[in-house]
Design a binder for this molecule. Structure first.
Ligand SMILES: Cc1cc2nc3c(=O)[nH]c(=O)nc-3n(C[C@H](O)[C@H](O)[C@H](O)COP(=O)(O)O)c2cc1C
Length: 175
């Protein structure tokens, strides 16, 4: 904590291996509190969250996608953002923005996190989204873009050193 906003953005990395330390419910609630402020299409704030702590459920969640979902099985907590997509054309964008808030909020609280993509990904039998709905009892009219795996990082993050790609500024009309 006590990092500047720039430090949080720069230090955030995808964390895929975690210690056995548990994240307090209070910390998860703080992360979700921040995520609930994410901007949303039509200002509808449609995002809802499912929290999974049960180890067996985490393993089953990881199995819902064929490849690249391993970190979920080893995480302390998973957050699955869901959106009632009826009459909501931009639900994917809404879920993506809220998920990004989760990643940054996690970094603020010293928690490691990784976006695990689910939408349009193959599961072991059905599509990953459908398997998650079966596993968690989520009605079909909800959209699931991803899950986020969370835990305390097993090793320190190495920040990226990135620079924006800028294609020049247009002149200000007053100049
Ligand atoms: C849209 C999206 C989908 C991603 N899907 C996965 C995934 O399924 N599994 C995974 O381990 N990481 C996934 N990631 C994490 C990326 O691999 C990671 O952000 C990228 O390699 C850059 O590394 P960094 O997050 O440490 O900066 C995803 C990230 C985004 C933004």
């Amino acid at each position: 904590m006590n990092q500047s906003f720039y430090d949080i953005v720069r230090n955030r990395r995808s964390t895929r291996s975690f210690t056995t330390e548990h994240i307090l419910d209070e910390t998860i609630n703080n992360i979700l509190d921040i995520a609930s402020y994410a901007p949303s299409s039509w200002g509808g704030h449609p995002i809802e969250f499912i929290i999974i702590r049960d180890k067996d459920k985490l393993k089953e969640l990881a199995r819902c996608k064929k490849m690249g979902a391993g970190p979920l099985a080893y995480s302390d907590v998973a957050i699955v953002p869901i959106i009632d997509k009826r009459n909501l054309e931009l639900w994917v964008e809404d879920a993506a923005v809220a998920s990004t808030y989760i990643l940054l909020a996690a970094e603020y609280y010293g928690v490691g996190a990784c976006w695990i993509h689910m939408k349009d990904r193959q599961g072991h039998t059905n599509m990953a989204e459908d398997d998650i709905k079966d596993l968690l009892g989520i009605p079909d009219y909800y959209g699931i873009l991803n899950a986020v795996s969370l835990g305390y990082p097993a090793k320190p993050n190495k920040p990226h050193d990135l620079k924006p790609v800028i294609h020049g500024y247009s002149s200000h009309p007053d100049r």
